[in-house]
Write a protein that binds this ligand. Structure first.
Ligand SMILES: C[S@@+](CC[C@H](N)C(=O)[O-])C[C@H]1O[C@@H](n2cnc3c(N)ncnc32)[C@H](O)[C@@H]1O
Length: 236
């Protein structure tokens, strides 16, 4: 394990982090759900904990074989993607705010840090690929802010691979992690975007689509960031 790979948070920060809610920690320990993101109006989005805790599958491998350079898996969860990358000797790092997720990732053989994508990260400006898989474009509840942050993390020719929601949606919501049996965490902002909305938000902050594909009913896009043109003398 790398030094500090599973880092203790202060109690105050742990209490503030919604993915530290007991239902998520319990589901990761058990390796299964049921687990949902629940909106205040009662709508529930099922979370595929069993798939996250299994080995990378055929759809995941369509993502992994497109990766280039050092790979940052943002919101790595229990770490099936970084474990698969590490197994093949690929330089990679998973980051996640959930200590239980990071511990599981490290046990599975993937390097991981307990860190938010919005905190300072190792290798900023040098990552060859960033992954936002399993709905993680929803992290923070503002896809443009997340995409702008990810642009900052990437090497100049870096590739972002993001998974879109299966439906044609563009929504920002407040949700709780909920086990469907009465145990729920604190509310936090989340977003769900289908391919069209994902591409619209991405273009707005300087990302250009490279490729779009589906595998096992999951939709993915890859993008590269276009740096803004240099300011002309008259603009300065
Ligand atoms: C929808 S789950 C995705 C699971 C994961 N991709 C996997 O392979 O199992 C979202 C994950 O993002 C993590 N997360 C939420 N906010 C985050 C943030 N600001 N920075 C990093 N990870 C975050 C959660 O703890 C959770 O593990």
């Amino acid at each position: 394990m790398r030094d500090g790979a599973v880092r203790e948070r202060t109690p105050a920060r742990r209490a503030a982090a919604p993915w530290h809610a007991d239902p998520y920690v319990r589901a990761l320990h058990a390796g299964r759900g049921p687990l949902f993101l629940r909106r205040a109006d009662g709508w529930m989005l099922p979370l595929d904990v069993e798939r996250w805790c299994a080995d990378a599958d055929a759809a995941d491998r369509t993502v992994l074989r497109r990766c280039q350079g050092p790979i940052l898996d943002i919101g790595c969860g229990p770490g099936r993607l970084v474990a698969a990358l590490a197994l093949h000797g690929r330089p990679c790092l998973g980051i996640d705010v959930s200590q239980a997720a990071v511990a599981r990732t490290v046990r599975a053989g993937g390097p991981a840090l307990c860190r938010s994508v919005f905190e300072p990260l190792p290798g900023e400006g040098r990552w060859g690929t960033a992954l936002l898989i399993d709905g993680n474009i929803g992290i923070g509840g503002d896809p443009r802010a997340l995409l702008a942050r990810v642009a900052h993390l990437m090497a100049p020719d870096g590739l972002l691979i993001a998974e879109a929601a299966p439906a044609d949606v563009d929504e920002r919501v407040r949700v709780r992690v909920d086990d469907g049996r009465g145990d729920a965490g604190t509310a936090f902002p989340w977003a769900r975007v289908g391919v069209r909305a994902l591409l619209r938000h991405a273009r707005a902050v300087g990302w250009s689509p490279v490729e779009q594909w589906t595998a096992r009913d999951r939709g993915f896009v890859s993008l590269r960031h276009t740096p803004p043109p240099p300011r002309s003398a008259t603009e300065r």
